[in-house]
Design a protein around this ligand. Structure first.
Ligand SMILES: C[S@@+](CC[C@H](N)C(=O)[O-])C[C@H]1O[C@@H](n2cnc3c(N)ncnc32)[C@H](O)[C@@H]1O
Length: 330
């Protein structure tokens, strides 16, 4: 290994989030409009060999030891299983997937067979009517089947990511936790962030970690988990004495930027040093222009130097990034 992806504040990125597509087969209201978005043209999207080349540079030259595939919806990327296999075969790298779970019941075994370690499945509610209201699709059964298949395939611990929305599912936190505990899934609530395509996020409307914990504590005994949190975004709690746990990712009200070890690669080959970055570094143009692995690594290292100390959501000067979450890779 040559260099590290270190920023000016001494943080070193070792966890790479790779977006494999900006497209999605759900239309979650807090993420994108009903009609979808202007998707990236295919020729601007990295092909499988290009994605694997950049991942290889990250792992072999820059100290990346964890790769999470995301999107958009990564399960709709045709080459997913092969990309995971080639990433796993690099050796010494943990691989995971963040997915909405649609179709996971068909692919879970194949993904486990090529070396995928874990999955996070997004599920905001276990009520069919709320699911259809939030995602604008009637597909709750598919997600539930995908979760079960992931567990059977050994892609655990299977985590569930949930966003609570005021007036829609904000009264469902204990119900969702009970369901996850019964099924052996680790639930994480994520505070809603200003990353929606419609720019409809309002700080006063978002459901805070404090509210989520209060709702859970009305029905469960939560004890802060003993193990150190490290760079993990979730604050973990043991539920009713364990072994079940629940996590809260308070990106807005209790930011954890000081411990951030993440860097992102978009489906069109742009390095982003933060979810909320306003600048990107174009590795696709360099790669297609004939740059060597070392030159691409140097560009990547330079991109990390510009990482800001924090996301700045509370700054009066905060500006939401141009790309929505679905196009960055959540
Ligand atoms: C953008 S999705 C991409 C991966 C995949 N399609 C999925 O559903 O997990 C990743 C995660 O981001 C979450 N998400 C999307 N928009 C968000 C927002 N504005 N604030 C917080 N989380 C958000 C989703 O709920 C999901 O858990």
């Amino acid at each position: 290994m040559g260099q590290l992806l270190e920023d000016r504040f001494g943080r070193v990125a070792t966890d790479l989030r790779v977006s494999l597509t900006d497209r999605c087969n759900l239309r979650c209201t807090y993420c994108m409009p009903a009609e979808g978005l202007d998707w990236l043209p295919t020729d601007q999207t990295l092909d499988d060999d290009e994605v694997v080349r950049l991942i290889t540079i990250g792992v072999r030259l820059l100290g990346i030891d964890e790769v999470r595939f995301t999107g958009g919806e990564p399960l709709i990327r045709r080459g997913l299983v092969d990309i995971v296999r080639r990433t796993h075969d690099l050796g010494g790298v943990e691989t995971s997937l963040t997915t909405n779970g649609l179709g996971l019941h068909r692919t879970a075994k194949a993904l486990a067979a090529v070396g995928l370690d874990r999955v996070n499945v997004s599920l905001d509610t276990v009520r069919p009517d709320s699911f259809a209201q939030i995602t604008r699709r009637d597909r709750l059964d598919d997600v539930v089947a995908g979760l079960a298949a992931a567990k059977d395939a050994g892609l655990g611990p299977v985590k569930v990511n949930a966003v609570l929305l005021r007036g829609i599912n904000d009264d469902q936190a204990p119900e969702l936790l009970r369901w996850c505990l019964e099924h052996g899934y680790e639930l994480r609530f994520i505070e809603q962030m200003p990353l929606d395509a419609q720019h409809g996020w309002h700080r006063d409307a978002m459901v805070t970690a404090k509210e989520i914990l209060a709702a859970l504590e009305a029905e469960f005994v939560l004890t802060p988990a003993a193990e150190p949190r490290g760079s993990a975004p979730a604050e973990l709690f043991t539920v009713d004495g364990g072994p079940g746990t629940v996590g809260v990712i308070a990106s807005v009200t209790r930011p954890f930027c000081g411990d951030c070890d993440r860097v992102r690669l978009t489906a069109d080959g742009q390095v982003r040093n933060c979810l909320f970055a306003r600048e990107e570094s174009d590795l696709r143009a360099a790669l297609r222009g004939g740059a060597s692995d070392e030159e691409l690594a140097d560009r990547w290292v330079t991109a990390m130097r510009g990482k800001r100390a924090g996301h700045g959501i509370d700054d009066p000067t905060f500006l939401q990034p141009d790309r929505p979450m679905s196009a960055i890779g959540g």
